[in-house]
Ligand binder design. Structure first.
Ligand SMILES: *Cc1c(COP(=O)(O)O)cnc(C)c1O
Length: 341
């Protein structure tokens, strides 16, 4: 059996989730006639403490639409970490479809400070620089190694944004991992942000979908872009049901993924040739360095362990619903053998 640590997107919907999809009541979501989509949107709005929410096909579309909602034509800029998903993994969408110039901050593990944000903001009235319009925070950080922004840092960033009249966006692809790891409710993490979203296809284990939450006014406007960009669906309740099932059954269990990632990190850190500070592993993502990441990735693949090489020396492993402790132990053993060979 393969141990798939490539990503938490690799899960297959379990039987109970498939049954919920089979049994879902559906209708035309574009006419607000899909009760399952409506229920999911209400659930997410409540979870994140906003007036409304919008079901979308992907987290990428949540980021794209949210950026477009905040960015005005004419040189507006978004401040975000160098490793943030919209910059590294959305095919240039922020520039080409949302109209945003991205200005990168050098955070630590994807986390920048309120002072770093303040120092990067172009002053109002400066007609030479781009107009700073939006700050985007990624909780947990993906390419930063699954790190969790401290609540105080998030609050500080939001408060600097407010001081300078910026909008604030929370990329919460793995927000619920942070919720489970810290005990801080999702609505507290999302407080003060203009837009926030969660993904159902990461640790939550659903096959499709994400949900963007915001004020009623912004969500109404978001609907325009959902329609314009081809994200408006019909009997989408069949996939929204998977999201509802995930919120009912797959949130608390994220703690297991975190414990497995910790065990993985502790095991890897002891292997000669692996460079990893296991104390920096806070959720379900483990990023470490070796001399030759491509060679190790290939050797692991041959032995039935799938991982992601992030660069010439960096490898990412992600735990999820379909990987258990034994799988993590096997991955550690295989890495040890491969590096010894
Ligand atoms: C996966 C991910 C996205 C994009 O979500 P998709 O549903 O895969 O489109 C955005 N941001 C972060 C931090 C992610 O990990």
């Amino acid at each position: 059996m393969t141990v798939n640590l490539f990503s938490d997107t690799q899960t297959r919907p379990p039987e109970g989730m498939r049954r919920a999809m089979y049994e879902a009541e559906v209708g035309d979501e574009q006419r607000f006639a899909d009760p399952t989509v409506n229920a999911l949107q209400e659930r997410v709005a409540q979870l994140l403490g906003t007036e409304a929410a919008l079901f979308l096909p992907s987290g990428t579309m949540c980021n794209a639409i949210a950026f477009r909602l905040h960015i005005r034509p004419g040189g507006d800029e978004v401040l975000l970490d160098r490793t943030a998903h919209p910059r590294v993994a959305e095919a240039g969408g922020p520039g080409s479809i949302s109209g945003a110039q991205l200005t990168l901050l050098d955070g630590d593990g994807g986390i920048f400070t309120p002072d770093q944000l303040r120092a990067a903001i172009h002053p109002a009235g400066d007609r030479y620089g781009p107009r700073t319009r939006l700050v985007s925070v990624e909780q947990t950080t993906n390419m930063g190694g699954g790190r969790i922004w401290p609540l105080q840092t998030v609050r500080g960033v939001v408060s600097v944004a407010r001081e300078h009249g910026l909008r604030a966006h929370l990329d919460g692809a793995r927000l619920l991992n942070a919720v489970v790891a810290t005990g801080v409710p999702a609505s507290e993490w999302a407080a003060g942000f203009d837009t926030a979203w969660i993904d159902f296809t990461k640790g939550l284990g659903a096959p499709v979908g994400a949900c963007l939450a915001a004020s009623r006014e912004l969500i109404e406007e978001a609907w325009r872009y959902k329609q314009m960009w081809g994200g408006a669906m019909r009997q989408a309740g069949i996939v929204a049901a998977a999201g509802l099932y995930a919120l009912d059954h797959h949130v608390e269990r994220l703690a297991e993924d975190h414990a497995n990632a910790r065990a993985l990190a502790d095991g890897l850190a002891e292997i000669p040739g692996v460079r990893l500070d296991a104390s920096r592993v806070e959720s379900n993502i483990v990023i470490f360095e070796v001399d030759d990441a491509m060679a190790l990735t290939g050797a692991l693949y041959e032995a039935g362990v799938e991982v992601t090489p992030l660069g010439p020396q960096r490898i990412r492993m992600v735990t999820h619903l379909d990987v258990d402790r034994a799988g993590c132990e096997r991955a550690v053993a295989v890495v040890r053998e491969a590096l010894a060979a």
